[in-house]
Design a protein around this ligand. Sequence first.
Ligand SMILES: [Zn+2]
Length: 299
Amino acid sequence: MDEFETIVEIISEFLGDPKKVYENTSQVSWDCPVCDDDKHKGNLEVNIDKGVFHCWSCGEFEGTHGTLNKLFDKYGNRKQKKLYQVLKPETVVKREKKKKALKLPDSFTLFKDSSHVYPIRRQAMNYLKSRGITDEMIEKFGIGFCDKGDHAGRIVIPSYSTNGVLNYYIARSWNPMSRAKYKNPEAEKDKIIFWENLIDWNKDIYLVEGAFDGLFLDNPIPMLGKHMSELLFDTIYQKAKGNVIICLDGDAWKNAVKLYHELNGGELYQKIKILKLPMDRDVCDLKGQIDPYYVIIKD
Ligand SMILES: [Zn+2]
């Protein structure tokens, strides 16, 4: 018996026998426990793959719609719900994970909220200073650090969407011995624009790989890697009014040229500029001193 059949069987333990079962579309219907009244209309539809239910008759005004977790909470028992948690499809698990609002790590502390003599704050600050990061940057970008928990020993650079909601963060270890340099959230970085709330679309935009690079430039967008997401590409096309300057790391010259040609068209034609940094350097290493590295690409 597969998961689909087993889940249908568990739900049938509290809703009775299903009226219709369509395994290929993953749809199953039952009599609604709220409004059916022994008429056996089978109005309560469940989609096992999507992990949702809805009563076509009373769903809107009785609240008989939502996730299967809610259905189990309302009509099933704990044992049935537990079994469902084990069996539910991967697609549902993924969607549930995504839905959880992103939060900064528990011990996240802004530098201004911690004592200057606190040793961990000093370690964090020493690391930032060693990379040339100034108090103004720390303030402007809301940079903090973590002293406890699973992000202890990390600098955290948060990112907010245009409506001020945390959409991502970078958590960089300041301990050179740390096994994982970065411990970033699982949230899909392709679905967000880093520092979206800080971007001025009327000014020149600097495309960089990492958040640390972006700190040194005016109006930066970190791509969080060498590739540009579809979302960022489309958004730049729609919104960018100034020049777009590609400032990828020295080892990403091929990626940079490719991006140049992809962006250099339509409204953006001749507004794309590109830097060729030394092979083992990035904008952060150069502390934002990028002027000597502009190059001209012949179309
Ligand atoms: Zn109903």
